[in-house]
Design a protein around this ligand. Structure first.
Ligand code: GDP
Length: 529
Protein backbone atom coordinates (compact mmCIF):
# COMPACT_ATOMS: atom_id res chain seq x y z
CA UNK A 1 0.00 0.00 0.00
CA UNK A 2 1.28 3.41 -0.82
CA UNK A 3 2.73 5.70 1.78
CA UNK A 4 -0.07 8.26 1.35
CA UNK A 5 -2.76 5.61 1.81
CA UNK A 6 -1.07 4.43 5.00
CA UNK A 7 -1.18 7.98 6.36
CA UNK A 8 -4.81 8.46 5.40
CA UNK A 9 -5.71 5.19 7.19
CA UNK A 10 -4.44 6.34 10.57
CA UNK A 11 -6.49 7.78 13.41
CA UNK A 12 -4.45 8.50 16.52
CA UNK A 13 -6.45 9.80 19.44
CA UNK A 14 -6.86 9.93 23.21
CA UNK A 15 -9.91 9.45 25.42
CA UNK A 16 -10.12 11.97 28.23
CA UNK A 17 -12.44 12.11 31.20
CA UNK A 18 -12.72 12.58 34.90
CA UNK A 19 -12.07 9.28 36.72
CA UNK A 20 -15.11 6.96 36.72
CA UNK A 21 -16.89 8.55 33.76
CA UNK A 22 -16.32 5.34 31.78
CA UNK A 23 -13.09 5.79 29.81
CA UNK A 24 -11.85 2.23 30.42
CA UNK A 25 -15.23 0.71 29.60
CA UNK A 26 -15.48 2.72 26.40
CA UNK A 27 -11.93 1.80 25.34
CA UNK A 28 -12.76 -1.84 25.79
CA UNK A 29 -15.90 -1.59 23.71
CA UNK A 30 -13.99 0.15 20.93
CA UNK A 31 -11.45 -2.69 20.94
CA UNK A 32 -14.28 -5.23 20.69
CA UNK A 33 -15.52 -3.53 17.53
CA UNK A 34 -12.06 -3.77 16.08
CA UNK A 35 -12.03 -7.49 16.88
CA UNK A 36 -8.82 -6.76 18.75
CA UNK A 37 -10.04 -8.48 21.89
CA UNK A 38 -12.60 -11.21 22.31
CA UNK A 39 -14.01 -10.47 25.68
CA UNK A 40 -14.75 -7.78 28.16
CA UNK A 41 -12.30 -7.23 31.01
CA UNK A 42 -9.22 -7.28 28.79
CA UNK A 43 -8.44 -3.61 29.18
CA UNK A 44 -7.03 -3.06 32.61
CA UNK A 45 -8.27 -0.12 34.52
CA UNK A 46 -5.19 1.81 35.50
CA UNK A 47 -6.73 4.32 37.78
CA UNK A 48 -4.81 4.76 40.98
CA UNK A 49 -7.07 4.40 43.92
CA UNK A 50 -6.71 6.72 46.89
CA UNK A 51 -6.63 3.85 49.34
CA UNK A 52 -3.65 2.38 47.55
CA UNK A 53 -1.39 5.36 47.98
CA UNK A 54 0.84 3.75 50.55
CA UNK A 55 0.85 0.30 49.07
CA UNK A 56 4.04 0.15 47.04
CA UNK A 57 3.25 -3.13 45.39
CA UNK A 58 0.08 -1.51 44.20
CA UNK A 59 2.04 1.35 42.67
CA UNK A 60 4.29 -1.14 40.93
CA UNK A 61 1.31 -3.09 39.69
CA UNK A 62 -0.35 0.04 38.42
CA UNK A 63 2.80 1.01 36.58
CA UNK A 64 2.81 -2.36 34.87
CA UNK A 65 -0.74 -1.90 33.77
CA UNK A 66 -0.08 1.54 32.44
CA UNK A 67 2.80 0.25 30.30
CA UNK A 68 0.51 -2.38 28.86
CA UNK A 69 -2.25 0.07 28.06
CA UNK A 70 -0.10 2.98 26.93
CA UNK A 71 -1.04 2.45 23.30
CA UNK A 72 -3.88 0.28 22.08
CA UNK A 73 -4.17 -0.20 18.34
CA UNK A 74 -6.78 -1.96 16.22
CA UNK A 75 -8.20 -2.06 12.73
CA UNK A 76 -11.75 -0.97 12.05
CA UNK A 77 -13.31 -0.45 8.61
CA UNK A 78 -9.87 -0.50 7.07
CA UNK A 79 -8.59 2.23 9.39
CA UNK A 80 -5.65 1.79 11.76
CA UNK A 81 -6.81 3.20 15.05
CA UNK A 82 -4.28 4.10 17.75
CA UNK A 83 -5.67 4.94 21.19
CA UNK A 84 -3.18 6.63 23.50
CA UNK A 85 -3.86 6.11 27.17
CA UNK A 86 -4.33 9.18 29.31
CA UNK A 87 -4.34 8.62 33.09
CA UNK A 88 -7.39 10.20 34.69
CA UNK A 89 -5.96 10.55 38.21
CA UNK A 90 -5.03 14.15 38.85
CA UNK A 91 -1.61 13.29 40.29
CA UNK A 92 -0.70 12.05 36.84
CA UNK A 93 -2.22 14.96 34.94
CA UNK A 94 1.15 16.00 33.54
CA UNK A 95 1.53 12.61 31.91
CA UNK A 96 -1.81 13.15 30.26
CA UNK A 97 -0.90 16.67 29.12
CA UNK A 98 2.21 15.31 27.46
CA UNK A 99 0.28 12.51 25.78
CA UNK A 100 -2.08 15.13 24.36
CA UNK A 101 0.85 16.50 22.32
CA UNK A 102 0.89 13.17 20.45
CA UNK A 103 -2.80 12.79 19.59
CA UNK A 104 -4.52 14.06 16.46
CA UNK A 105 -7.94 14.19 18.07
CA UNK A 106 -9.73 13.29 21.32
CA UNK A 107 -12.98 11.84 22.61
CA UNK A 108 -14.26 13.42 25.81
CA UNK A 109 -16.35 11.15 28.05
CA UNK A 110 -18.89 12.75 30.37
CA UNK A 111 -21.07 11.03 32.97
CA UNK A 112 -24.72 11.92 32.29
CA UNK A 113 -25.49 12.24 36.01
CA UNK A 114 -22.36 14.09 37.11
CA UNK A 115 -21.98 16.39 34.13
CA UNK A 116 -18.76 18.29 33.55
CA UNK A 117 -16.23 17.44 36.30
CA UNK A 118 -12.99 19.09 37.34
CA UNK A 119 -10.46 16.89 35.52
CA UNK A 120 -12.47 17.08 32.30
CA UNK A 121 -12.36 20.86 32.50
CA UNK A 122 -8.58 20.97 32.81
CA UNK A 123 -7.91 18.46 30.05
CA UNK A 124 -10.38 20.00 27.63
CA UNK A 125 -8.80 23.39 28.23
CA UNK A 126 -5.44 22.02 27.05
CA UNK A 127 -7.09 20.52 23.95
CA UNK A 128 -8.91 23.76 23.23
CA UNK A 129 -5.69 25.77 23.43
CA UNK A 130 -4.20 23.46 20.81
CA UNK A 131 -7.33 23.38 18.62
CA UNK A 132 -7.45 19.58 18.87
CA UNK A 133 -10.63 18.21 17.24
CA UNK A 134 -12.95 16.78 19.93
CA UNK A 135 -15.97 14.50 19.96
CA UNK A 136 -18.04 14.39 23.17
CA UNK A 137 -19.58 11.11 24.39
CA UNK A 138 -22.21 11.45 27.11
CA UNK A 139 -22.18 8.14 28.94
CA UNK A 140 -24.35 6.06 31.30
CA UNK A 141 -27.69 6.89 29.66
CA UNK A 142 -29.05 3.68 31.18
CA UNK A 143 -28.96 5.54 34.49
CA UNK A 144 -31.06 8.40 35.69
CA UNK A 145 -29.17 11.53 34.69
CA UNK A 146 -29.51 15.17 33.80
CA UNK A 147 -31.68 16.63 31.07
CA UNK A 148 -29.87 16.41 27.72
CA UNK A 149 -30.27 20.11 26.89
CA UNK A 150 -29.06 21.19 30.34
CA UNK A 151 -26.01 19.01 29.89
CA UNK A 152 -25.28 20.39 26.44
CA UNK A 153 -25.51 23.90 27.94
CA UNK A 154 -23.12 22.95 30.69
CA UNK A 155 -20.66 21.46 28.20
CA UNK A 156 -20.74 24.70 26.23
CA UNK A 157 -20.37 26.94 29.25
CA UNK A 158 -17.92 25.07 31.44
CA UNK A 159 -15.79 23.66 28.66
CA UNK A 160 -16.05 26.62 26.29
CA UNK A 161 -17.12 24.40 23.40
CA UNK A 162 -19.54 24.89 20.52
CA UNK A 163 -21.49 21.66 20.41
CA UNK A 164 -23.82 20.05 17.92
CA UNK A 165 -25.56 16.77 18.86
CA UNK A 166 -25.21 14.01 16.28
CA UNK A 167 -27.31 11.65 18.33
CA UNK A 168 -30.10 12.31 20.78
CA UNK A 169 -31.49 10.14 23.58
CA UNK A 170 -35.05 8.87 23.65
CA UNK A 171 -35.80 8.85 27.36
CA UNK A 172 -33.25 8.18 30.05
CA UNK A 173 -32.58 5.85 32.96
CA UNK A 174 -35.59 3.63 33.58
CA UNK A 175 -37.36 5.04 30.52
CA UNK A 176 -34.36 4.92 28.25
CA UNK A 177 -35.61 3.60 24.92
CA UNK A 178 -32.72 4.29 22.62
CA UNK A 179 -31.15 7.02 20.59
CA UNK A 180 -31.93 8.82 17.41
CA UNK A 181 -28.82 9.01 15.25
CA UNK A 182 -28.80 12.33 13.40
CA UNK A 183 -25.62 11.37 11.56
CA UNK A 184 -26.98 8.19 9.99
CA UNK A 185 -30.67 9.08 10.34
CA UNK A 186 -31.83 6.00 12.16
CA UNK A 187 -33.19 4.89 15.49
CA UNK A 188 -31.25 2.51 17.65
CA UNK A 189 -33.41 0.73 20.21
CA UNK A 190 -32.00 -0.07 23.62
CA UNK A 191 -32.47 -3.57 24.97
CA UNK A 192 -30.15 -3.24 27.91
CA UNK A 193 -27.58 -5.57 29.45
CA UNK A 194 -25.33 -5.92 26.42
CA UNK A 195 -28.01 -7.64 24.41
CA UNK A 196 -27.95 -5.00 21.75
CA UNK A 197 -27.71 -6.29 18.23
CA UNK A 198 -27.20 -4.37 15.02
CA UNK A 199 -30.70 -5.50 13.86
CA UNK A 200 -32.19 -3.26 16.49
CA UNK A 201 -31.20 -0.30 14.38
CA UNK A 202 -34.07 0.96 12.28
CA UNK A 203 -33.49 3.37 9.40
CA UNK A 204 -35.70 6.35 9.99
CA UNK A 205 -35.46 9.57 8.10
CA UNK A 206 -39.09 10.64 8.14
CA UNK A 207 -39.79 11.54 11.72
CA UNK A 208 -43.37 12.57 10.87
CA UNK A 209 -44.21 9.00 9.94
CA UNK A 210 -46.70 7.25 12.21
CA UNK A 211 -44.32 4.33 12.37
CA UNK A 212 -42.47 6.26 15.05
CA UNK A 213 -45.42 5.97 17.47
CA UNK A 214 -45.57 2.24 16.84
CA UNK A 215 -41.95 1.77 17.66
CA UNK A 216 -41.39 3.96 20.68
CA UNK A 217 -44.90 4.88 21.80
CA UNK A 218 -46.90 8.06 21.40
CA UNK A 219 -45.47 10.07 24.25
CA UNK A 220 -41.85 9.31 23.46
CA UNK A 221 -42.47 10.02 19.76
CA UNK A 222 -43.90 13.46 20.54
CA UNK A 223 -41.04 14.29 22.87
CA UNK A 224 -38.45 13.13 20.35
CA UNK A 225 -39.98 15.26 17.59
CA UNK A 226 -40.01 18.30 19.88
CA UNK A 227 -36.45 17.69 21.00
CA UNK A 228 -35.13 17.25 17.50
CA UNK A 229 -36.90 20.42 16.39
CA UNK A 230 -35.17 22.22 19.22
CA UNK A 231 -31.83 20.64 18.28
CA UNK A 232 -32.20 21.90 14.71
CA UNK A 233 -33.29 25.33 15.92
CA UNK A 234 -30.62 25.86 18.54
CA UNK A 235 -27.46 24.08 17.37
CA UNK A 236 -25.47 24.68 14.21
CA UNK A 237 -25.39 22.09 11.43
CA UNK A 238 -22.46 19.76 11.76
CA UNK A 239 -19.52 21.26 9.88
CA UNK A 240 -16.56 18.96 9.37
CA UNK A 241 -14.14 21.79 8.70
CA UNK A 242 -15.16 23.52 11.93
CA UNK A 243 -14.72 20.24 13.82
CA UNK A 244 -11.25 19.73 12.34
CA UNK A 245 -10.29 23.28 13.24
CA UNK A 246 -11.36 22.69 16.84
CA UNK A 247 -14.25 25.15 16.51
CA UNK A 248 -17.19 22.76 16.73
CA UNK A 249 -17.64 19.56 18.71
CA UNK A 250 -20.16 16.85 17.80
CA UNK A 251 -21.88 15.10 20.72
CA UNK A 252 -23.04 11.48 20.99
CA UNK A 253 -25.11 9.86 23.74
CA UNK A 254 -24.90 6.25 24.85
CA UNK A 255 -23.94 3.69 27.43
CA UNK A 256 -20.46 2.24 27.24
CA UNK A 257 -21.27 -0.53 29.71
CA UNK A 258 -24.14 -1.78 27.55
CA UNK A 259 -22.20 -1.14 24.36
CA UNK A 260 -24.96 1.15 23.28
CA UNK A 261 -24.39 4.15 21.03
CA UNK A 262 -20.70 3.26 20.82
CA UNK A 263 -20.71 1.91 17.27
CA UNK A 264 -22.53 5.03 16.06
CA UNK A 265 -19.83 7.22 17.51
CA UNK A 266 -17.02 5.01 16.21
CA UNK A 267 -18.47 5.02 12.68
CA UNK A 268 -18.71 8.78 12.72
CA UNK A 269 -15.27 9.08 14.28
CA UNK A 270 -13.72 6.97 11.50
CA UNK A 271 -15.41 9.18 8.89
CA UNK A 272 -14.55 12.57 10.32
CA UNK A 273 -11.52 12.29 12.63
CA UNK A 274 -8.26 13.59 11.17
CA UNK A 275 -5.40 11.46 9.95
CA UNK A 276 -2.00 12.64 11.29
CA UNK A 277 -1.94 16.42 11.40
CA UNK A 278 0.98 18.73 10.65
CA UNK A 279 3.13 19.47 13.68
CA UNK A 280 4.95 22.64 14.62
CA UNK A 281 8.65 22.46 15.30
CA UNK A 282 10.62 25.46 16.47
CA UNK A 283 12.15 25.68 13.00
CA UNK A 284 9.11 25.00 10.76
CA UNK A 285 5.84 23.11 10.36
CA UNK A 286 6.26 19.46 9.36
CA UNK A 287 3.55 17.58 7.45
CA UNK A 288 2.95 13.83 7.62
CA UNK A 289 3.46 13.37 3.87
CA UNK A 290 7.10 14.44 3.96
CA UNK A 291 9.35 11.56 2.99
CA UNK A 292 11.96 12.00 5.72
CA UNK A 293 11.19 10.49 9.10
CA UNK A 294 10.69 12.82 12.04
CA UNK A 295 9.24 11.99 15.43
CA UNK A 296 9.38 12.98 19.09
CA UNK A 297 9.40 11.30 22.49
CA UNK A 298 6.24 12.04 24.48
CA UNK A 299 6.50 9.42 27.19
CA UNK A 300 9.18 7.27 28.83
CA UNK A 301 8.41 4.19 30.84
CA UNK A 302 10.69 2.15 33.03
CA UNK A 303 10.78 -1.55 32.30
CA UNK A 304 8.82 -3.64 34.75
CA UNK A 305 11.23 -6.53 34.72
CA UNK A 306 13.85 -5.94 37.47
CA UNK A 307 16.44 -7.89 35.46
CA UNK A 308 16.13 -5.58 32.49
CA UNK A 309 16.13 -2.10 33.81
CA UNK A 310 16.04 -0.46 30.41
CA UNK A 311 13.28 1.89 29.56
CA UNK A 312 10.78 2.22 26.77
CA UNK A 313 10.65 5.60 25.04
CA UNK A 314 7.38 6.23 23.19
CA UNK A 315 7.91 8.07 19.92
CA UNK A 316 5.12 9.54 17.83
CA UNK A 317 5.99 9.41 14.14
CA UNK A 318 5.16 12.79 12.61
CA UNK A 319 6.42 12.29 9.04
CA UNK A 320 8.08 9.68 6.83
CA UNK A 321 8.51 6.04 7.75
CA UNK A 322 10.36 4.73 10.77
CA UNK A 323 12.41 1.69 9.84
CA UNK A 324 14.13 -0.94 11.92
CA UNK A 325 17.96 -0.76 11.92
CA UNK A 326 18.07 2.54 10.06
CA UNK A 327 20.18 5.27 11.70
CA UNK A 328 18.30 8.33 12.95
CA UNK A 329 19.66 11.57 14.34
CA UNK A 330 19.03 12.15 18.04
CA UNK A 331 18.94 15.91 17.69
CA UNK A 332 19.72 16.91 21.30
CA UNK A 333 22.78 14.64 21.45
CA UNK A 334 23.71 15.24 17.80
CA UNK A 335 24.36 11.57 17.38
CA UNK A 336 23.03 8.76 15.19
CA UNK A 337 21.15 5.87 16.77
CA UNK A 338 19.86 2.62 15.28
CA UNK A 339 17.07 0.54 16.74
CA UNK A 340 17.12 -3.19 16.20
CA UNK A 341 13.86 -3.96 17.97
CA UNK A 342 11.38 -1.10 17.79
CA UNK A 343 8.04 -2.10 19.31
CA UNK A 344 4.64 -1.48 17.81
CA UNK A 345 1.47 -1.91 19.81
CA UNK A 346 -1.53 -3.96 18.89
CA UNK A 347 -4.52 -4.39 21.18
CA UNK A 348 -2.93 -5.18 24.53
CA UNK A 349 0.29 -6.62 23.12
CA UNK A 350 3.51 -5.21 21.79
CA UNK A 351 5.62 -6.68 19.01
CA UNK A 352 8.72 -5.85 16.98
CA UNK A 353 8.00 -4.06 13.70
CA UNK A 354 10.06 -3.27 10.61
CA UNK A 355 8.22 -0.18 9.52
CA UNK A 356 5.89 2.38 11.10
CA UNK A 357 3.98 5.26 9.54
CA UNK A 358 3.00 8.79 10.58
CA UNK A 359 0.45 8.62 13.38
CA UNK A 360 1.95 5.41 14.74
CA UNK A 361 3.70 5.12 18.07
CA UNK A 362 6.91 3.13 18.32
CA UNK A 363 8.40 2.02 21.61
CA UNK A 364 12.20 2.22 21.63
CA UNK A 365 14.38 0.45 24.17
CA UNK A 366 16.50 3.05 25.87
CA UNK A 367 19.29 2.91 28.36
CA UNK A 368 19.17 6.59 29.27
CA UNK A 369 19.57 8.44 25.98
CA UNK A 370 16.11 9.89 25.86
CA UNK A 371 14.29 12.69 27.57
CA UNK A 372 10.70 13.71 27.05
CA UNK A 373 10.51 16.07 24.08
CA UNK A 374 13.55 14.64 22.26
CA UNK A 375 13.33 14.70 18.48
CA UNK A 376 14.54 12.06 15.99
CA UNK A 377 15.11 12.94 12.32
CA UNK A 378 17.05 11.78 9.27
CA UNK A 379 19.59 14.56 9.76
CA UNK A 380 17.59 17.79 9.94
CA UNK A 381 17.93 19.81 13.12
CA UNK A 382 14.36 20.08 14.38
CA UNK A 383 12.87 20.63 17.80
CA UNK A 384 9.21 19.78 18.26
CA UNK A 385 7.32 22.29 20.32
CA UNK A 386 4.66 22.08 22.90
CA UNK A 387 5.76 19.95 25.82
CA UNK A 388 6.11 22.52 28.59
CA UNK A 389 6.65 21.68 32.24
CA UNK A 390 3.84 22.88 34.45
CA UNK A 391 4.29 24.59 37.76
CA UNK A 392 4.34 21.91 40.47
CA UNK A 393 2.21 22.32 43.56
CA UNK A 394 4.10 20.17 46.07
CA UNK A 395 7.72 20.71 47.08
CA UNK A 396 10.12 18.72 49.24
CA UNK A 397 13.83 18.66 49.83
CA UNK A 398 15.29 15.31 48.84
CA UNK A 399 18.10 14.00 51.08
CA UNK A 400 20.44 11.09 50.59
CA UNK A 401 19.82 8.46 53.27
CA UNK A 402 22.74 6.25 52.27
CA UNK A 403 25.95 8.28 51.76
CA UNK A 404 27.73 5.27 50.22
CA UNK A 405 25.32 5.34 47.32
CA UNK A 406 25.12 8.96 46.32
CA UNK A 407 26.10 8.17 42.72
CA UNK A 408 23.17 5.79 42.37
CA UNK A 409 20.87 8.35 43.95
CA UNK A 410 21.92 11.07 41.52
CA UNK A 411 21.59 8.79 38.54
CA UNK A 412 18.16 7.66 39.70
CA UNK A 413 16.93 11.21 40.27
CA UNK A 414 18.28 12.22 36.88
CA UNK A 415 16.53 9.43 35.02
CA UNK A 416 13.24 9.74 36.86
CA UNK A 417 13.18 13.45 36.02
CA UNK A 418 13.85 12.61 32.33
CA UNK A 419 10.82 10.34 32.47
CA UNK A 420 8.82 13.32 33.64
CA UNK A 421 7.84 11.81 37.01
CA UNK A 422 8.60 15.12 38.77
CA UNK A 423 10.78 18.22 38.43
CA UNK A 424 14.09 18.91 40.07
CA UNK A 425 15.12 22.36 41.26
CA UNK A 426 18.60 23.06 42.61
CA UNK A 427 18.71 25.95 45.08
CA UNK A 428 21.16 28.61 43.94
CA UNK A 429 22.18 29.48 47.48
CA UNK A 430 23.38 26.09 48.74
CA UNK A 431 22.93 23.54 45.92
CA UNK A 432 20.29 21.59 47.83
CA UNK A 433 17.84 19.62 45.72
CA UNK A 434 14.11 20.22 45.80
CA UNK A 435 11.64 17.93 44.06
CA UNK A 436 8.45 19.52 42.77
CA UNK A 437 5.43 17.41 41.81
CA UNK A 438 1.89 17.90 40.65
CA UNK A 439 0.52 15.33 43.12
CA UNK A 440 1.70 13.97 46.47
CA UNK A 441 1.59 10.40 45.17
CA UNK A 442 4.74 10.95 43.11
CA UNK A 443 6.92 11.18 46.26
CA UNK A 444 6.10 7.60 47.15
CA UNK A 445 6.66 6.46 43.58
CA UNK A 446 10.08 8.17 43.50
CA UNK A 447 11.21 6.77 46.84
CA UNK A 448 10.11 3.28 45.93
CA UNK A 449 11.66 3.34 42.49
CA UNK A 450 14.96 4.82 43.71
CA UNK A 451 15.27 1.95 46.11
CA UNK A 452 14.14 -0.86 43.82
CA UNK A 453 15.65 0.27 40.54
CA UNK A 454 18.77 2.15 41.61
CA UNK A 455 19.53 0.75 45.03
CA UNK A 456 19.44 4.23 46.58
CA UNK A 457 17.62 5.52 49.62
CA UNK A 458 16.16 8.95 50.12
CA UNK A 459 14.26 10.90 52.72
CA UNK A 460 12.21 14.02 52.28
CA UNK A 461 11.94 17.24 54.20
CA UNK A 462 9.30 19.86 53.81
CA UNK A 463 10.14 22.80 51.60
CA UNK A 464 7.73 25.68 52.14
CA UNK A 465 7.00 26.69 48.57
CA UNK A 466 3.63 27.48 47.10
CA UNK A 467 4.41 27.63 43.40
CA UNK A 468 7.37 27.47 41.04
CA UNK A 469 7.55 30.30 38.50
CA UNK A 470 9.96 30.48 35.62
CA UNK A 471 11.73 33.84 35.68
CA UNK A 472 11.88 35.85 32.48
CA UNK A 473 13.69 39.17 33.11
CA UNK A 474 12.67 41.59 30.37
CA UNK A 475 15.91 43.45 30.97
CA UNK A 476 18.50 41.23 32.69
CA UNK A 477 20.88 44.17 33.06
CA UNK A 478 18.59 46.48 35.04
CA UNK A 479 18.73 47.33 38.71
CA UNK A 480 15.26 45.89 39.30
CA UNK A 481 16.38 42.38 38.31
CA UNK A 482 19.52 42.63 40.47
CA UNK A 483 17.45 43.70 43.45
CA UNK A 484 14.95 40.89 42.87
CA UNK A 485 17.81 38.38 42.83
CA UNK A 486 19.31 39.85 45.99
CA UNK A 487 16.11 40.05 48.00
CA UNK A 488 14.74 36.67 46.91
CA UNK A 489 18.09 34.86 46.91
CA UNK A 490 16.82 32.15 49.26
CA UNK A 491 13.98 31.28 46.91
CA UNK A 492 15.84 31.12 43.62
CA UNK A 493 16.71 27.84 41.98
CA UNK A 494 17.72 26.37 38.64
CA UNK A 495 15.70 23.73 36.81
CA UNK A 496 17.14 20.85 34.78
CA UNK A 497 17.33 22.92 31.63
CA UNK A 498 19.28 25.65 33.42
CA UNK A 499 16.37 28.08 33.58
CA UNK A 500 16.00 30.37 36.58
CA UNK A 501 13.03 29.54 38.80
CA UNK A 502 11.45 31.50 41.65
CA UNK A 503 9.96 29.23 44.35
CA UNK A 504 7.35 31.56 45.84
CA UNK A 505 6.50 30.68 49.42
CA UNK A 506 2.98 32.08 49.32
CA UNK A 507 0.46 33.66 47.03
CA UNK A 508 1.06 36.91 48.86
CA UNK A 509 4.79 36.93 48.23
CA UNK A 510 4.17 36.05 44.59
CA UNK A 511 1.88 39.05 44.24
CA UNK A 512 4.37 41.30 46.02
CA UNK A 513 7.10 40.31 43.60
CA UNK A 514 4.83 40.91 40.62
CA UNK A 515 4.00 44.40 41.93
CA UNK A 516 7.46 45.39 43.02
CA UNK A 517 9.41 44.11 40.03
CA UNK A 518 7.15 44.58 37.02
CA UNK A 519 9.95 44.03 34.50
CA UNK A 520 10.70 40.59 35.93
CA UNK A 521 8.07 38.43 34.26
CA UNK A 522 7.00 35.21 35.99
CA UNK A 523 5.55 32.27 34.05
CA UNK A 524 3.68 29.22 35.28
CA UNK A 525 4.91 26.92 32.53
CA UNK A 526 8.49 26.44 31.41
CA UNK A 527 7.78 27.43 27.82
CA UNK A 528 7.20 31.02 26.86
CA UNK A 529 7.97 33.26 23.91
P1 GDP B 1 -12.82 5.37 34.07
O1 GDP B 1 -12.32 5.66 35.44
O2 GDP B 1 -13.25 6.63 33.35
O3 GDP B 1 -11.92 4.52 33.24
O4 GDP B 1 -14.21 4.59 34.24
P2 GDP B 1 -14.57 3.04 34.14
O5 GDP B 1 -14.67 2.63 32.70
O6 GDP B 1 -13.71 2.26 35.03
O7 GDP B 1 -16.06 3.08 34.70
C1 GDP B 1 -16.35 3.48 36.02
C2 GDP B 1 -17.59 2.75 36.52
O8 GDP B 1 -18.72 3.14 35.75
C3 GDP B 1 -17.48 1.25 36.39
O9 GDP B 1 -18.06 0.66 37.51
C4 GDP B 1 -18.27 0.94 35.12
O10 GDP B 1 -18.82 -0.35 35.13
C5 GDP B 1 -19.35 2.00 35.18
N1 GDP B 1 -19.87 2.34 33.86
C6 GDP B 1 -19.18 2.63 32.73
N2 GDP B 1 -20.02 2.89 31.70
C7 GDP B 1 -21.28 2.75 32.19
C8 GDP B 1 -22.58 2.87 31.61
O11 GDP B 1 -22.77 3.14 30.43
N3 GDP B 1 -23.64 2.68 32.46
C9 GDP B 1 -23.49 2.37 33.77
N4 GDP B 1 -24.58 2.19 34.49
N5 GDP B 1 -22.28 2.24 34.34
C10 GDP B 1 -21.18 2.43 33.57
Amino acid sequence: MSFLKEIEKRRTFGIISHPDAGKTTLTEKLLLFGGAIQEAGAVKNNKIKKAATSDFMEIERQRGISVATSVLAFLYRDKKINILDTPGHKDFAEDTFRTLTAVDSVIVVIDVAKGVEEQTEKLVEVCRMRNIPMIVFINKLDREGRDAFDLLDEVEQKLGLTVTPLSFPIGMGYDFKGIYNLWEKNINLFKGESKKKIEDTIAFDDLESEELEKIIGEKAADTLRENLELVHGVYPEFDKEAYLAGQQQPVFFGSALNNFGVREMLDCFVDIAPSPRPKKAEERVVTAKEKEMTGFVFKIHANMDPKHRDRLAFVKIVSGTFERNKPYLHVRHNKNLKFSSPNAFFAEKKEIVDISYPGDIVGLHDTGNFKIGDTLTEGEVLHYKGIPSFSPEHFRYINNADPMRSKQLNKGIDQLMDEGVAQLFTLNLNGRKVIGTVGALQYEVIQYRLEHEYGAKCTYENFPAYKACWVDPQDPGNEEFSEFQRVKQKFLATDKRGQLVFLADSQFSLQMVQQKYPTVKLHFTSEFD
